[in-house]
Design a binder for this molecule. Structure first.
Ligand SMILES: [Zn+2]
Length: 153
């Protein structure tokens, strides 16, 4: 077990077990969503995630770009697509309950990328089912880069 802090949340992370599960899921045992908003997100995630977030997620044993689920929040005045995503890691968490207003109260890795953590297993992939889980959630805004129009236009 390894202790990892995310702002006020302290996670006892079983990084080895998480790593083993994430590498199986990233190798194709998960089912990525094929809607245009998700395809757009995955097209820009690698370059949009701040380096600090990737490093933090790796410390937890996670594949930085792996998600259990993404919730699309629509486009902001700047035309960017806001979203909240989450993934699971094996471990336990101490800290305050998750924020009520997700996009403003998480721990800011950068102004546009906030993270928070709590004990939950919402839509966790089957491979995680026998473990104690921490749900790591984040909010991010990404530009629209696909040649097709976004669904709200
Ligand atoms: Zn989707």
């Amino acid at each position: 077990m390894r202790r990892v802090s995310i702002g006020p949340w302290v996670i006892s992370a079983d990084a080895e077990t998480t790593q083993a599960i994430h590498s199986r899921l990233s190798a194709g045992e998960g089912e990525p969503c094929s809607c245009s908003e998700c395809r757009n997100f995955f097209a820009v995630a690698e370059e949009t995630y701040p380096a600090g977030a990737k490093a933090l997620f790796r410390e937890l044993g996670a594949e930085p770009l792996f998600v259990s689920e993404i919730s699309h929040l629509g486009r902001g005045p700047d035309g960017k697509c806001g979203l909240v995503g989450w993934f699971h890691v094996v471990g336990t968490v101490e800290g305050p309950p998750p924020p009520v207003s997700h996009t403003h109260e998480g721990y800011p890795i950068t102004d546009e990328f906030r993270v928070w953590a709590w004990a939950d297993d919402m839509l966790a992939p089957e491979l995680f089912r026998s473990h104690l889980l921490v749900q790591i959630e984040f909010s991010i805004s990404v530009p629209w880069v696909l040649p097709e129009s976004p669904p709200d236009e």
